[in-house]
Design a protein around this ligand. Structure first.
Ligand code: 13P
Ligand code: SF4
Length: 325
């Protein structure tokens, strides 16, 4: 199989034989002085090659600590941007630069700027699943791991605009008993879980606990026995005395759940519609493949480029979050 680089004029490169692909990736990683960061929603074979595997917060923390010259980010665009903001002098590459995010797409910076202008007295808390342009406009970033702590860091009387995830925002409002104005973005994966089918599964598996990511709709979250970020869900299944779990998040996490608790049973959360639909897989995350990973390490492309001005503005709210822990 041949793959072309991002430059149309560059010669096609010959992929190593399938049996050597993984060892070649590991060799290139050393040769190019690259660290490989991967999110839990990546394909299992990419997860197994990563130097650091984690949720959005853990990966941002790993990026900040990176000592290598190159950061190869197996995740989506906003995650790689975060790594670049924290490491302006490093080369940041992504196997497929088209790996976007419906939440980031839902909140264009110009629209947020207009909303902010209408509410000048409000502080803006942005979920990390947003573009650098949005980060540059907000007061602080949060992830699903630290969102409660971040919102609590503002005095109760401080009014907050929460962007771009209305489901995480709504979950926080309820949990913290705190009103916020919410941007109406959603994750295309988590919004598709079916309440009716989750209830059917719970009836069919009364021994199982239903665990869910806070990006799910409130109609689904109300049936959850535990709600948390990907790393919190992973920690929960490892510690819980229960033996079976219905998992309401992207299926990539099941790989680590099975490793952490090999004797337990994991049932992927279901959707309405076609039996064979793969709606519980993020189409953006799954754009990254082993072949593209090899190619991007080989060529150090595609490279993520950002203006120094944007990096500087977006760095401030990110550093505020990292300082909170
Ligand atoms: P976390 O891994 O931070 O929970 O985020 C989930 C997600 O949807 C990432 O895009
Ligand atoms: Fe974005 Fe949802 Fe994919 Fe995460 S799973 S990258 S929130 S579209």
């Amino acid at each position: 199989m041949t793959l072309t680089t991002a430059t149309p004029t560059a010669p096609a490169l010959q992929l190593p034989p399938a049996t050597e692909l993984k060892s070649e990736i590991l060799r290139l990683k050393r040769e190019k002085d690259a660290v490989l960061l991967a999110h839990y929603y990546q394909d299992s074979e990419i997860q197994d090659l990563a130097d650091h595997l984690g949720d959005s917060l853990q990966l941002a923390q790993a990026a900040k600590k990176a000592t290598q010259k190159v950061i190869c980010f197996c995740g989506v665009h906003f995650m790689a941007e975060t790594a670049k903001i924290l490491n302006p002098d490093k080369t940041v590459i992504v196997p497929d630069m088209n790996a976007g995010c419906s939440l980031a797409d839902a909140c264009p910076p110009e629209q947020l700027a207009a909303w902010k202008a209408k509410h000048p007295e409000y502080k803006v808390v942005a979920y990390i699943n947003c573009s650098a342009g949005v980060k540059a406009l907000c007061d602080i970033i949060c992830t699903s791991s630290n969102a409660e702590r971040v919102v609590r860091s503002f005095p109760a009387e401080t009014p907050i605009l929460f962007v771009p995830d209305r489901n995480l925002g709504g979950y926080l409002m309820k949990k913290l008993n705190r009103p916020m104005k919410l941007w109406q973005g959603t994750c295309i994966v988590h919004e598709t879980f079916s309440e009716r089918k989750i209830v059917d599964l719970k009836v069919a598996h009364p021994e199982a606990e239903f665990i869910a990511h806070p990006e799910c709709e409130p109609t689904v979250l109300r049936h959850a026995d535990f709600i948390g970020s990907t790393s919190a869900l992973l920690g929960y299944v490892a510690k819980s005395p229960k033996q079976a779990f219905i998992v309401g998040t992207e299926t990539g996490i099941l790989h680590q759940m099975k490793k952490a608790a090999p004797s337990k049973t994991f049932i992927a959360g279901p959707f309405e519609g076609e039996e064979k639909c793969a709606c519980n897989q993020c189409p953006h995350m799954k754009l990254n493949t082993l072949e593209k990973l090899w190619l991007c390490l080989k060529t150090l492309k595609p490279t993520l480029e950002m203006s120094p001005e944007l990096i500087e503005k977006a760095r401030i709210p990110l550093e505020r979050m990292l300082a909170l822990g």
